[in-house]
Design a protein around this ligand. Structure first.
Ligand SMILES: C[S@@+](CC[C@H](N)C(=O)[O-])C[C@H]1O[C@@H](n2cnc3c(N)ncnc32)[C@H](O)[C@@H]1O
Length: 349
């Protein structure tokens, strides 16, 4: 049985950091960023390098680096926004977030056929490949990281079923899958044929290529899913606060949209604690997830030991929340928390 687990910082992300920082990777302050390399996009490494290059003190002094980074980031942001304004009028493809093309599979996308080919830390998951993807042998592709987080097909089908039956709200016609991964949930949502639109976001291009490929293998209608290569927090933030900055095809009505979020799981005590403190969940805490999605109904897919008292606090006044344990062969593998959004037609006007 596989479950969503912490995603290690792997050599790809470290290589990106090395390539971008060059000689500055050895600076004591730069070293502090490396454990979080997975969360740091190339544009941010470029800003870090620029600051380290210009300011020798920032190579040693964290406070100095932090201050200069804040200044640089604001300047970069101002620049992007200005660029965006110019592009908005002329050419929709100038938007930073736009529907992704069909991406080609890369050498990071594998279809392992025998145990001998499989890296040691994935072997446990490989032996359960048919309960992860029943069409595995048809050519399902995964990145090595994706094995750690993919939602197994029976669980993904159950979630899709619930959203089309028990939790069916006819007003919700668009679903955002905020952490698309290799497609486990996105494919099940599409096959349920319950949604007029599905928007699936993944920030890793190799993983997104696998998801697109796997969706095709499962016979998903090519037009059923709008894929986005990018940061889902950025997308949701723009959707809620400045939709004009989004490509027109990505602007959806908050009142008819809900979010499904299966973030990476990790953090201190995640594997060992009887009750997992969701305020320490990494890389995204419960608070961060809820803050991002709170305008819309959202279903959070969380570790099975998640602290239910912390989830209960997210209930809107006077309402109860539904929390579901997802089991495979009698053992709980994950917890789902269904949280209503706080948008109302009046607050939208
Ligand atoms: C637990 S996996 C999701 C698995 C997915 N539900 C499936 O069944 O294949 C989390 C995924 O979210 C991606 N991710 C992490 N942070 C992200 C972000 N801020 N925006 C978009 N994708 C992100 C990771 O690259 C990873 O593929």
């Amino acid at each position: 049985m596989t479950s969503t687990e912490n995603e290690p910082t792997n050599s790809v992300e470290l290589q990106l950091a090395r390539d971008t920082l060059g000689p500055f990777i050895d600076a004591p302050t730069a070293q502090l960023f490396l454990p979080q390399a997975r969360q740091i996009p190339q544009a941010a490494w470029e800003i870090i390098r620029k600051v380290l290059e210009k300011n020798p003190q920032a190579r040693e002094d964290v406070a100095c680096l932090t201050k200069l980074l804040a200044e640089e980031s604001q300047a970069a942001l101002d620049l992007n926004v200005a660029d965006l304004g110019a592009n908005d009028a002329a050419e929709p493809s100038g938007f930073s977030l736009k529907p992704a093309e069909r991406l080609p599979l890369t050498d990071k996308c594998h279809h392992y056929t025998g145990q001998h080919e499989v890296p040691w830390d994935i072997q446990k998951y490989f032996s359960q490949r048919y309960s992860i993807f029943s069409y595995y042998d048809d050519g399902v592709h995964m990145t090595d990281d994706a094995w750690f987080g993919v939602t197994p097909e029976p669980v993904a089908n159950q979630i899709a079923y619930e959203l089309s039956q028990d939790h069916y709200d006819p007003k919700k016609t668009t679903l955002i899958d905020a952490f698309g991964g290799a497609g486990g949930n996105t494919i099940a949502f599409a096959l349920s044929e319950r949604w007029e639109r599905i928007i699936s976001i993944e920030r890793d291009a190799d993983t997104l290529a696998c998801a697109q490929h796997n969706a095709e293998l499962y016979g998903v209608d090519p037009g059923a899913i709008t894929w986005i290569l990018g940061d889902s927090f950025d997308y949701v933030d723009k959707l809620v606060n400045s939709p004009e900055k989004l490509h027109p095809d990505l602007r959806v009505d908050l009142q008819t949209t809900m979010v499904f979020a299966s973030p990476p799981w990790g953090g201190p005590g995640y594997r060992t604690d009887e009750v997992f403190d969701l305020s320490t969940m990494q890389p995204y805490s419960l608070h961060q997830l809820h803050e991002a999605y709170k305008k819309m109904d959202h279903l959070l897919f969380l570790p099975r030991t998640s602290d239910i008292r912390q989830i209960a606090k997210l209930a809107p006044e006077g309402q109860k929340l539904e929390v579901i344990q997802y089991c495979v062969e009698g053992a709980s593998k994950a917890m789902g928390a269904y949280i209503p959004g706080d948008i109302s037609p009046a607050s939208e006007e």
